[in-house]
Design a protein around this ligand. Structure first.
Ligand code: ZN
Length: 734
């Protein structure tokens, strides 16, 4: 084999290895074991979190476990020399975009330090957990981080007050943050906010959301951060996906807002796997010291000036670059014109242009096809147990198609033409990305800027092109790592075309253009590697002890109909699983996801009940219904009203709120926690005709008769997002 062929093969495998190993760089800094005074002390913060979580039980809003966590949180705050107060608010609040009203009693823990006057800086986390797990990361990382930050900042010369809000009820509709905003005097005196969150249990603390326009927030972040993980591409994408944190509640305020989260290993999130042992201490230290640095900047250094929108990106936490969005878009436009002219002068519009396009489209199509095929053979999250194998398999597809495009389409095309054509395609892709997420421009500027001089002078072209290719690969590899973590449900096939885009310019440099003979046999080793990886994707275990499969068992009783239900992302259950016959996929009344259901014995679980009395409504012409709710042992109650009831308002007695969403949809009133039982509510209905309502009780446990099902749960699987539960539905007339 000629030397050029060896170089090309070597480049292909070096890039495959780099794709597989890139996530090793996407980590927070090592833990500082002997921090100096004024530096975030991770072991002290972890010790507090361990004491606060106690026996590590789920502690959802208004539960006995939540009382315990709050008491211990208050003790830790006092021990750190702080003076916490508790704001106790029973409330109902309406969702903005759905016809849902949430009711619960939230007890926020609030600490203020610093001088009495001035605008408050707020730090926010939530101490309630999801119903399925102990929430060591979600949001123990925020709670532990904030106590340590408060303990450090209280001894420093703060120029304004800093308030730490440990809220309750984040998991049930951001209720604690809503209660704070509605009724806490500090909310009206605040002008900036740092929120600390988790959607996983490891990885760096990513600053993924800011107030808009973002210039002041990004300048504060840049000034206070020492290991920045933030980019305007993901910030713009986050806005496009339906997701919420406490920041959602505060976002409309004209405040300077920064939102941090860790997102590594989502398989533990909202599950019993979110334990202290799984929380990476480096993640806690990273989030804590980043928030401390920025809080210090905002409370001592002052809020940076600035309006307008910046685009920005970090490089593996080492540093961050930023520039005004308009400058970035203008640069991108100028680069597009430059490379259009360069491609025209190099006569690069034929096969040279076809080669990168074929690599992108081909790897996208083959990646998509492989994804479809494996999904058909292995339904539900086939990547879950060993994601790196799956991701690398997609990158192998990207390299195979890039090599094929160069060998079959780009052969006998001069390197200079290939370069010009690639950068033109790259900038056009950048333009498309900016159409959806303008912040993405930051990733499409610097590599072509570095490559451009080669087309002006022709000297040093090789070195500049290699440099530009390396810069592109390194910056894109970080984006790809973040995409791998963000896309928990796929579609992962997009890694293939993105990988091709990242690798193509380096492959152009390694491609033996001087040997015009067909060298298609070069495709055999990389094609073989791709096949081997896809075979591995089919056969590696679906789940591991660390990365478990979702498997939730439920009992549903609706009148005289009783069912077992299993939520496992539709992985087929073996016939007669757990000694129960007749499993089939069906919809259930408490979730949008289909489940396996089978007949279950009729067990004596009582549904919630109400005592109601209606009086004519003198204002609206309908009626006002006063009711007392009896949970009958349920941990949460859902009241569903038909559209005909025409719900105009509902809430606690004397505190009705107006539902949002579309009046043509049925309305839902939800209540969480102990105070549901005996809760006095008021409903204003515009219809005078009687209606039938549905009352569903959710119990966060299974009846004893479920023991054989629990015992049959596959190894390395557990409930996620909601616990094993009993749902019981009753009806009443209003
Ligand atoms: Zn959370």
């Amino acid at each position: 084999m000629a030397r050029g062929t060896w170089t090309f093969l070597g480049a292909l495998f070096a890039l495959l290895l780099a794709f597989a190993a890139k996530a090793l760089l996407y980590v927070p800094p090592a833990v500082d074991l002997a921090p100096a005074v004024g530096v975030f002390d991770t072991s002290r913060a972890l010790g507090r979190l361990q004491r606060i979580l106690g026996d590590q039980q789920p502690h959802p809003v208004d539960s006995q476990a939540s009382d315990g966590v709050r008491d211990r949180l208050v003790n830790e705050l006092r021990a750190a020399g702080l003076e916490p107060r508790i704001a106790d608010t029973p409330r109902c609040a309406a969702y903005l975009h759905t016809r849902t009203i949430n009711c619960e009693r939230v007890r926020n823990v609030v600490v203020t330090i610093g001088p009495p006057g001035g605008k408050h800086l707020l730090l926010v986390s939530h101490y309630d957990s999801n119903t399925s797990g102990p929430g060591a990361a979600d949001d123990g990382i925020g709670v532990a981080g904030m106590i340590e930050i408060a303990a450090i900042l209280r001894t420093e010369p703060l120029q304004r007050p800093v308030t730490f809000l440990f809220d309750e009820g984040e998991e049930t509709g951001l209720s604690g943050a809503g209660a704070f905003l509605d009724s806490d005097p500090v909310a009206g005196a605040a002008d900036s906010l740092i929120n600390l969150e988790a959607r996983g249990s490891d990885g760096p603390a990513i600053m993924f959301e800011t107030s808009r326009p973002n210039a002041a927030a990004i300048r504060a972040f840049a000034a206070g951060s020492s290991h920045p993980y933030a980019n305007s591409l993901s910030t713009d994408f986050y806005r496009l996906i339906p997701n919420s944190t406490d920041v959602t509640v505060f976002a409309e305020r004209p405040w300077t807002i920064l939102n941090f989260a860790i997102i590594g290993n989502e398989t533990r999130y909202h599950s019993a796997g979110d334990v202290l042992a799984a929380l990476d201490p480096r993640s806690l230290q990273h989030m804590g010291s980043e928030a401390l640095g920025i809080a210090r900047q905002l409370a001592i250094g002052g809020t940076p000036e600035g309006d307008g929108t910046l685009i920005y990106a970090d490089l593996y936490g080492l540093f961050m670059v930023s520039m005004p969005l308009l400058l970035g878009l203008a640069l991108l436009g100028a680069l597009a014109i430059f490379f259009l002219v360069a491609a025209w002068r190099a006569k690069a519009f034929g096969r040279a242009l076809l080669a990168p396009l074929a690599a992108l489209v081909g790897s996208g199509l083959l990646g998509w096809g492989a994804d479809m095929l494996v999904t058909a053979l292995r339904p539900a999250d086939y990547w879950r147990g060993h994601p790196v194998v799956t991701f690398t398999a997609f990158y192998a597809v990207a390299l195979l198609f890039s090599a094929a495009a160069l060998l079959l389409v780009g052969r006998s095309v001069e390197r200079e033409r290939l370069r010009a054509a690639f950068w033109l395609v790259f900038i056009l892709v950048g333009g498309l990305v900016c159409w959806v997420a303008p912040g993405g421009a930051i990733y499409f500027l610097f590599p072509p800027l570095l490559a451009a001089p080669a087309f002006l002078w022709g000297r040093g072209a090789w070195a500049l092109s290699i440099g530009a290719g390396l810069l592109l690969f390194v910056t894109f590899s970080e984006v790809l790592t973040a995409v791998e973590l963000l896309l928990i449900d796929g579609p992962y096939w997009i890694l293939a075309p993105l990988g091709a885009l990242a690798a193509f310019p380096l492959l152009i440099e390694a491609f033996p253009t001087a040997q015009p003979a067909r060298r298609t046999f070069t495709l055999v080793p990389i094609g073989g590697a791709a096949l081997a990886l896809w075979a591995a994707v089919l056969f590696v275990p679906r789940a591991t002890d660390d990365r478990q499969q979702l498997f939730t068992i439920e009992y549903l009783k609706d009148g005289d109909r009783s069912l077992w239900a299993v939520s496992d992302k539709a992985v087929p259950l073996p016939a007669g699983w757990a000694g129960v016959d007749g499993w089939q996929l069906a919809d259930v009344p408490y979730s949008g996801r289909r489940r396996w259901v089978a007949p279950a014995p009729d067990l004596p679980v009582p549904p919630p009940t109400i005592e109601a009395a209606a009086t004519p409504d003198t204002q609206g012409g309908g009626r006002v219904v006063r009711l007392v709710l009896h949970a009958n042992g349920a941990d949460a109650v859902t009241i569903r009203l038909p559209v005909e009831a025409r719900l105009a308002a509902a809430g606690l007695e004397g505190q009705m709120v107006t539902p949002g969403g579309n009046a043509a949809d049925p309305a839902t009133i939800r209540c969480y926690g102990r105070s549901c039982d005996g809760m006095r509510m008021e409903l204003r209905l515009l219809s005078a005709a009687p209606v039938e309502i549905e009352l569903m009780g959710s119990h966060y446990r299974l009846p004893e008769a479920a023991a054989p099902l629990v015992a049959a749960r596959p190894a390395n699987s557990r409930p996620q997002y909601s616990p094993d539960s009993t749902y019981v539905i009753g009806r009443a007339r209003l």
